[in-house]
Ligand binder design. Sequence first.
Ligand code: NAD
Length: 525
Amino acid sequence: MKKVLIPTALDAVAKEMLEAHGGYTVLQCPKSDVAELVRANPDTHAILVRSEKITAEIIDSAPALKVIVRAGAGYNTIDIRHARQKGVDVLNTPGANSNAVAEEVIAMILADARHLVEADASCRAGRWEKSRFMGTELTGKTIGIVGLGYIGQLVAKRMSGFEVRVLGYDPFTSEEKAKTLGIELTSLPELFDQADYITLHVPENEETRGMVNRTLLKNMKTGATLVNCARAGILNEEDLRAVKEETQIHFLNDVYPKDAEGDKSVADIADLMLPHLGASTREANRKAAELAARELIDLDDKGITSAVVNRNVPAGLDPAFARLANVLTRICRRVLGVNTRLKLVETSFYGSLKPFADWLLTPVTAALSGEYDTGMDHKRTLGFLADMGVEYVNRSIDDSKAYTNSITIDLTGNVDAEHLMRASVRGTVEEGNLLVARINDFDKLYFEPEGNWVVFIYKDRPGVLGRIAAGLASAGVNIDDVRNPHDSKGHKSLAILKVNRPVNDELVKAISSEIEARIAFHIEL
Ligand code: NAD
């Protein structure tokens, strides 16, 4: 059992998911001191945190620690470098709270534009100040979004309902991408010059610290609004103070140098201020918890490293392809036969997946051995395969051919001292869905590898599919989906059936011997 500590009030769904998955003992202690809790549990495998600090000392006090998951986007509270030195992967859950922040931005803009906070107080006090609270409308205005990542893109999407013009600044966003989002890319000065509402969605780093300065602020339209729900350091507070009166900028703020009680230095220049509430919705907390648990399971079971922030995983690797590599390898291993001694693993990564070959070997290896520690880097993974007696070849792909993004896994093994067996499975991802395209010579399958499947390969002749269906029905197993292609050259047929529940080995064996199948197995995907 792997021990997981959750020293925070993370939504209970993370604990539930890990326990339901099996293999994890979860200790959730929201109010405990993290350092003490870790010291008391030196066998901890993983820690799931929200904004709790994980220092080098905490990492050192947990010799069995392999994973830290930050249920949230920013991870500056975790000593990621020290974690790497100790072979500990740090994961985050980007995107889980994006909608919460995007909605907060819109709520703040509308609240300010219609004076909701003051009007509420005035009305409660018995006053009737309709002319004092004359508002403005969003429709027809220009919105400027600085940073077009998860949150910036969602702000654009949500804002489109107000029929606004959306300007965006992000040197890492292409024209095509911006166009599909209905965003006109501009320079930063142009954005500040033209927008009625400007909202910041960049991370705080060397490049962005103090980025919103006097020159930009002075260029803003008189009475325009600036929203900061990103990080305090992005805005030069003194510069805003200096130009605020002249420009009459409305400043709406959610972020501070420190998340703590007490007076806030921006109080005199902020027209609306909230105590860092961006991610504070039940839905975001639940989403972050679900994602944190799923990522831990995916890393442990499938070697999916795309959420890891402290390994050199290149940006742009869609995690769906890591899942695909894992699932294709699992199917291929079953087609080869679990008793066949594996000798050779060949991978082919087509299209834009080619540069990710090293990283995709992790989910492939995780599918081949439960003993594999998915924290191993590429070199150690190769060593692990070699120790298993397995040769690994990543096939070179002809660059001149315009392949779509897809993966082929080929496995070769010894059935006995004299006979070799080969199995090959190919698949792709379409609109985010995994698809298995080919098993051995059976092409154009295009099934979604999810749920329970039974697979038979047998000598092609009439009536076999009916006998398989009858065998399953006799045990009360319902068939949800079937593919039954023929290989006319090899005189073989493949029956791959999605069923409504797991099928035990006895039933698979009974059907297999009745139809004289060459290959027969059940697999849960
Ligand atoms: P993200 O990484 O998805 O997006 C950041 C975007 O900024 C990227 O598209 C990147 O290309 C762009 N960028 C980086 N440097 C830039 C620069 N110099 N100029 C212009 N664009 C630049 O991040 P996200 O999830 O969208 O989060 C954005 C910010 O929101 C982060 O600072 C995060 O800490 C903050 N945040 C705040 C809250 C809150 O509660 N208020 C909650 C979540 C996130």
